[in-house]
Design a protein around this ligand. Structure first.
Ligand SMILES: [Zn+2]
Length: 254
């Protein structure tokens, strides 16, 4: 194991993240079956339309009248097979930084920004505020992303348990989370400069001034760290470091 290196204050918070790829929710047999049927239609239609050239004199040529239709049907069936064979769900990341969907710009809801977690139509629905400050909804289908939904529910239970509104029966439909699932990735450090302190609302101008709640990733300025975070986690250790690190610095009110 690598020895823990001494880190700057404010960046102590060890972040982790798991990446989950969506499963195709369609049976592979159906996709292969349709694909094969489509290919047959394309081949048969093509042969019917143009194959006669090979055997007959031009004056005898008569394309089989259904050939264009067979060709079109083959193309459509092949298209359907491709469409249903590729899942519409986006890859998802779950970790210290909350829940994120890798679609377009990458949408993320931090744990502290989650407003509700519900189960709707076989999917775990996470609602909250996205990184841009807009309302965001991330839907984790239990069929396409069972591990991601399981990990989200597990992490949310310990971080923001009061936001979960799943009945006991609904919880049972979500599979249990296993540590081995998902691809472990190292998330980028939390961007702290420019964020506002959750307590004082002052802007963090200098990264070492920031303290991060390890449970919900709320950001505080070091002089404003409360004993208990709004998520309920004790932040005493962050206050303690602050006292030890700079006992000589007087608290300024600016
Ligand atoms: Zn917190």
């Amino acid at each position: 194991m690598a020895k823990l290196t001494k880190r700057k204050p404010g960046s102590k918070h060890q972040r982790w993240e798991k990446r989950f790829l969506p499963r195709s929710t369609t049976s592979p047999t159906l996709v292969y079956g349709l694909g094969g049927l489509g290919a047959l239609g394309l081949g048969g239609g093509f042969w019917g339309q143009f194959g006669s050239y090979l055997h007959k004199a031009p004056e005898d040529f008569e394309a089989w009248q259904y050939a264009p239709w067979l060709l079109a049907a083959g193309a459509i069936i092949t298209g359907v097979a491709i469409w249903i064979g590729t899942s519409g769900a986006a890859s998802v990341r779950v970790g210290s930084g909350g829940v994120a969907e890798e679609r377009g710009q990458g949408r993320r809801i931090a744990w502290w920004a989650i407003e509700s977690i519900t189960l709707q139509n076989g999917a775990l629905v996470v609602k909250g505020t996205g990184e841009t400050g807009d309302d965001e909804t991330i839907t984790l289908s239990l069929a396409a992303l069972p591990e991601a939904a399981a990990l989200t529910l597990k992490e949310a239970s310990t971080r923001v348990g009061d936001k979960i509104t799943l009945s006991a029966e609904e919880r049972e439909t979500v599979p249990a989370s296993s540590k081995s699932e998902g691809e472990s990735i190292t998330p980028a450090p939390l961007q702290l400069v420019g964020k506002r302190c959750s307590k004082s609302d002052k802007v963090i101008a200098y990264e070492p001034d920031a303290r991060v709640c390890p449970r919900c990733e709320r950001v505080y300025r070091k002089e404003s760290v409360p004993k208990t975070c709004a998520c309920g986690a004790s932040l005493a250790h962050l206050r303690g470091n602050q006292d030890k690190a700079s006992p000589e610095v007087a608290e300024s009110d600016e």
